[in-house]
Write a new protein. Structure first.
Length: 156
């Protein structure tokens, strides 16, 4: 091979390497940097969502029957469940209805709107220990319970 041919070959290889290096650098900064920025934004959003709301245990504790609010208390579909509805006073003749489970309770008025229970078409009062609550699947029966945990004695 002649010296000119060798020199042309070296320049061609060098030009090819420069082109490949430019393509790689362009790809790296053009595609991966925006993705990493987006991952950072997604990571922040997931952290915000994973921060738990306060457990609101006072909702369950405040749901007690009284002379003015006889339907206050904890209500379950089945006695063995460790979740149910906390019903408590929310004004002179109104009640809050909140779902409570092992992770805590909804805040008063968040799960279901504040209600008078009696006369509300979303609720049927069967007796002092049995009510029905209307949902998307129709009415569901709930029975008075001592509380969310099963190791408590029943009220009344």
């Amino acid at each position: 091979m002649s010296a000119d041919c060798m020199r042309l070959m070296k320049l061609s290889v060098l030009a090819l390497l420069c082109i490949l290096l430019g393509v790689f650098i362009g790809w790296y900064f053009g595609y991966t940097r925006p993705i990493w920025k987006q991952y950072a934004v997604l990571r922040q959003e997931l952290q915000k969502k994973s921060q738990r709301a306060p457990p609101n245990w006072e909702v369950e504790q405040a749901g007690q029957p009284s002379d003015t609010h006889p339907y206050g208390g904890f209500w379950k579909e089945r006695a063995q469940d460790e979740f149910g509805l906390a019903i408590g006073p929310a004004g002179a003749d109104s009640y809050y209805v909140s779902f409570c489970g092992p992770g805590g309770c909804f805040a008063k008025g968040e799960y279901r709107p504040i209600t008078k229970l009696v006369g509300d078409p979303a609720y049927r009062i069967l007796d002092s220990n049995n009510i029905e609550v209307n949902s998307k699947d129709g009415f569901t029966a709930f029975h008075r319970s001592a509380g969310r945990r099963n190791d408590l004695r029943p009220q009344r």
